[in-house]
Design a protein around this ligand. Structure first.
Ligand SMILES: Cc1cc2nc3c(=O)[nH]c(=O)nc-3n(C[C@H](O)[C@H](O)[C@H](O)COP(=O)(O)OP(=O)(O)OC[C@H]3O[C@@H](n4cnc5c(N)ncnc54)[C@H](O)[C@@H]3O)c2cc1C
Ligand SMILES: *[C@@H]1O[C@H](CO)[C@@H](O)[C@H](O)[C@H]1NC(C)=O
Ligand SMILES: *[C@@H]1O[C@H](CO)[C@@H](O)[C@H](O)[C@H]1NC(C)=O
Ligand SMILES: *[C@@H]1O[C@H](CO)[C@@H](O)[C@H](O)[C@H]1NC(C)=O
Ligand SMILES: *[C@@H]1O[C@H](CO)[C@@H](O)[C@H](O)[C@H]1NC(C)=O
Ligand SMILES: *[C@@H]1O[C@H](CO)[C@@H](O)[C@H](O)[C@H]1NC(C)=O
Ligand SMILES: *[C@@H]1O[C@H](CO)[C@@H](O)[C@H](O)[C@H]1NC(C)=O
Ligand SMILES: *[C@@H]1O[C@H](CO)[C@@H](O)[C@H](O)[C@H]1NC(C)=O
Ligand SMILES: *[C@@H]1O[C@H](CO)[C@@H](O)[C@H](O)[C@H]1NC(C)=O
Ligand SMILES: *[C@@H]1O[C@H](CO)[C@@H](O)[C@H](O)[C@H]1NC(C)=O
Ligand SMILES: *[C@@H]1O[C@H](CO)[C@@H](O)[C@H](O)[C@H]1NC(C)=O
Length: 597
């Protein structure tokens, strides 16, 4: 039996050419010096880890609370048809919101990825950068023109690559190759076009003024209707783990990942506000270990994990921390404050024809498709089967909702998003009919003004924080949602839908007055799983906010945040694309700070 020290040494020799995956903190060699410690192997964390480890002179450790993405049940992550099925499983943190006053007191399940790849491994795979306004707003609010749409082009191209669907269906006229890049994340369009999609596109041809067709919604033009890009390639979901983390681990010795281990506290080292030490533990009762970074600690724990960890470390609103017994180290009032999220409501119609519903309710066909995927990564399970077409619309410019100001990211940003599915998509609490063919369309207020918060209830890292997105607590949000439902009904009332739409689902048919629509929204709307802004960015000179333009925590040394929590507001597009792009630039900023290659 070798003594522990020798054992650790042998371990490090065995792994001489590859990065290691550790599953307990005691496996990490006490002799290895890490330049960077990244908390969270999620969407942003995997990008940072892969980019920083490109320089062979630095050592990088990633600490991830969750599980491996390539072990038990990995097909739940990687089969495109099963997108959504990872929610509520071993890959989910299983958070819930507080009772939401805007939702008649309902508390919602609030999924977040608990796995390598983070939420990119359990999300709905939509890859939509949003309008150029979104990034120009980020540049504006941070005072750093490097975040503008134009200046981020290189980082967009570094992130993703458009790929063909598994069946090589031609995508000519459905996207613009010139706005896509050469990065590791694979994106693509649906292998299977449904009648619902055809009618959406036909409506844009019939009414181009009212419903313009946009060739590529990833081009910076974030208004209009078009084909939806998803993070799928080669018949599989592409995640930040499959695209960034695994390739780096499999080719470099200077990157290690520690799984099943939660960062519980940041410790200030030399000087009061220098945070280069991370405490970790595997459970509330397990031994606490500690790791030190010689250069930086980078928090990529997401919109829930990042503010929680900051507050556990005494970084946040002093009075609130005191109330849970945490000594303040750095008073930053906006940690956990300003939380925004978007919300989704589905409406359904019976349609004439064989829709995707028939396939999804056929157990044998489904089973065969999963077998085909297992063998060849082809067939109906290998493509995005859900949303293929989407529209981003403005409220009319004379809308009374805009009198008090326009909350959109800019004049070319949507207030309302509509998306289309050729199946019955139930809201929480609704049961899909067992007969008939169905389509659904969803309404999202893209530019909500409600802001909630995330609070600690305990000084233990293993007690969930309270999550209060405060949905529909402003007049704008509920008013815009009601308008969105009407805009959707107008879109579906054109002759283009004749012979296809038979009738609205009974609950949808019953909605006549604004009051009835409002009640329906408050009864059935769900989270769209897009929380942001709990550690928001601001200018160096601003007294509010949590990070400055380089994503360094204000008033601290050695500590940066790179994830969706830094976003100033709910995103005008979809968050994962923006998180990837921000992470690419953040990695370049870190490399530049430390003169890395
Ligand atoms: C069900 C669902 C559907 C979605 N659909 C879409 C979509 O279709 N399109 C889209 O663009 N966006 C979608 N999103 C949102 C998008 O996926 C997220 O906004 C984005 O992935 C967030 O990236 P992130 O890096 O901020 O956090 P994450 O990717 O969530 O990464 C955070 C990581 O940190 C880890 N972690 C947290 N706390 C700790 C700790 N204390 N110690 C160690 N590790 C920790 C977590 O386990 C996780 O791996 C969806 C999200 C969900 C949950
Ligand atoms: C989430 O819930 C599922 C189902 O109960 C469970 O298997 C999983 O372990 C839970 N996740 C966590 C992080 O506890
Ligand atoms: C930021 O926006 C304000 C208000 O729209 C504008 O006046 C200002 O020029 C913008 N600043 C930058 C740097 O874009
Ligand atoms: C798609 O094209 C690739 C590359 O040309 C080829 O290998 C593959 O067999 C094609 N697949 C189908 C289903 O035609
Ligand atoms: C798709 O998979 C094939 C076979 O595994 C591989 O050779 C190819 O490089 C992959 N394509 C992309 C774009 O990753
Ligand atoms: C999981 O991923 C790691 C890192 O890429 C790799 O070393 C390991 O072999 C993979 N495990 C399986 C079962 O594929
Ligand atoms: C929760 O956090 C918000 C924002 O920091 C704060 O306004 C609110 O008072 C907090 N609530 C509690 C119960 O501490
Ligand atoms: C799916 O296929 C497997 C393997 O052929 C079989 O064992 C199983 O019973 C099938 N399930 C259904 C629902 O058809
Ligand atoms: C898998 O691909 C091979 C070669 O193209 C083909 O012969 C076989 O029928 C496919 N299997 C399934 C289940 O689709
Ligand atoms: C906005 O303008 C349209 C068309 O000009 C008109 O029909 C509508 O009544 C106006 N709405 C309001 C709130 O003024
Ligand atoms: C259904 O579609 C067929 C043609 O595809 C058409 O003949 C029929 O009238 C349609 N039925 C309804 C109720 O629209």
């Amino acid at each position: 039996m070798a003594p522990p020290v020798l054992f650790a040494l042998l371990l490090s020799l065995v792994n001489i050419s590859l990065g290691s995956i550790f599953t307990a903190p005691e496996q990490v060699s006490a002799f290895k010096k890490y330049d960077f410690i990244i908390v969270g192997a999620g969407t942003a964390g995997s990008v940072i880890a892969a980019r920083l480890s490109e320089d062979p002179s630095v050592n990088v450790l990633v600490i991830e609370a969750g599980v491996a993405d390539n072990g038990t049940d990995s097909e739940l992550i990687y089969i495109p048809l099963l997108a959504g099925e990872g929610v509520g499983t071993l890959f989910d943190w299983n958070y819930t919101t507080t009772a939401q006053s805007g939702f008649n007191g309902r508390a919602l399940d609030f999924p977040r990825g608990f796995v390598m790849g983070g939420s990119s491994a359990i999300n709905s795979m939509i890859y939509s950068r949003g309008p150029s306004d979104e990034y120009d707003r980020l540049a504006n609010l941070s005072g750093d023109s490097g975040w503008s749409w134009d200046n981020l082009e290189g980082y967009r191209l570094m992130n993703e690559k458009h790929s063909s669907p598994w069946n090589n269906r031609s995508n000519v006229g459905e996207y613009d190759p010139s706005v896509h890049g050469y990065g590791p994340l694979l994106t693509g369009l649906t292998p299977t076009v449904f009648e619902t999609d055809n009618r959406v596109i036909a409506n844009t041809a019939a009414y181009p003024e009212q419903y313009p067709f946009t060739l590529d919604l990833n081009s910076g033009n974030g208004l209009g209707f078009g084909w939806l890009e998803t993070s799928v390639g080669n018949g599989s979901r592409s995640t930040s783990a499959s695209a960034y983390l695994h390739p780096a681990l499999n080719s470099r010795s200077n990157l290690d990942v520690l799984l099943h281990t939660q960062a519980t506290r940041l410790v200030s080292t030399s000087g009061k506000v220098t945070f280069r030490e991370v405490q970790v533990a595997q459970s509330a009762t397990a031994t606490i270990y500690s790791f030190k970074a010689t250069k930086e600690v980078i928090l990529c724990a997401g919109s829930v994990g990042t503010p929680q960890l900051l507050m556990l470390s005494g970084i946040g609103p002093t009075e609130q921390l005191k109330s849970v017994g945490i000594t303040s180290v750095l008073n930053l009032a906006d940690v956990g404050n300003n939380m925004q999220d978007q919300s989704i409501l589905a409406l359904q119609w019976e349609v004439n024809g064989t829709s995707l519903s028939s396939f999804l309710s056929d157990a044998t066909a489904l089973n065969e498709s999963l077998e085909q995927w297992a063998i060849n990564k082809t067939g109906p399970a290998a493509g995005n089967m859900m949303v293929n077409t989407i529209g981003f619309l403005r409220l009319p410019s004379n809308s009374t909702l805009l009198v008090a100001g326009d909350p959109a990211a800019g004049p070319n940003s949507a207030h309302i998003q509509l998306s289309f599915l050729e199946t019955f998509y139930p809201n929480p609490g609704q049961v899909s009919p067992t007969t008939g063919s169905w389509m659904s369309a969803t309404v999202v207020v893209q530019s909500p003004t409600s802001r909630g918060s995330l609070n600690l209830t305990s000084s233990s890292a293993f007690v969930h924080p309270t999550i209060n997105p405060a949905y529909y607590t402003t007049a704008f949000d509920i008013g815009a949602a009601i308008e969105g439902v009407k805009m959707l009904r107008d879109f579906l009332a054109t002759p283009v839908w004749d012979g296809y739409i038979i009738a609205p689902y009974s609950a949808v048919a019953a909605l006549q007055t604004d009051a009835e629509i409002e009640t329906y929204i408050r009864t059935f709307a769900n989270t769209l799983d897009h929380p942001t802004s709990t550690a928001k960015i601001s200018k160096i000179t601003d007294s509010f906010g949590v990070v400055g333009p380089e994503l360094l925590v204000k008033g601290a040394t050695g500590l940066r945040i790179v994830d969706a929590s830094i976003l100033p507001a709910a995103v005008a597009g979809f968050p994962q694309a923006e998180v990837y792009i921000i992470a690419e630039r953040a990695a370049a900023l870190i490399k530049s700070t430390w003169s890395l290659s």
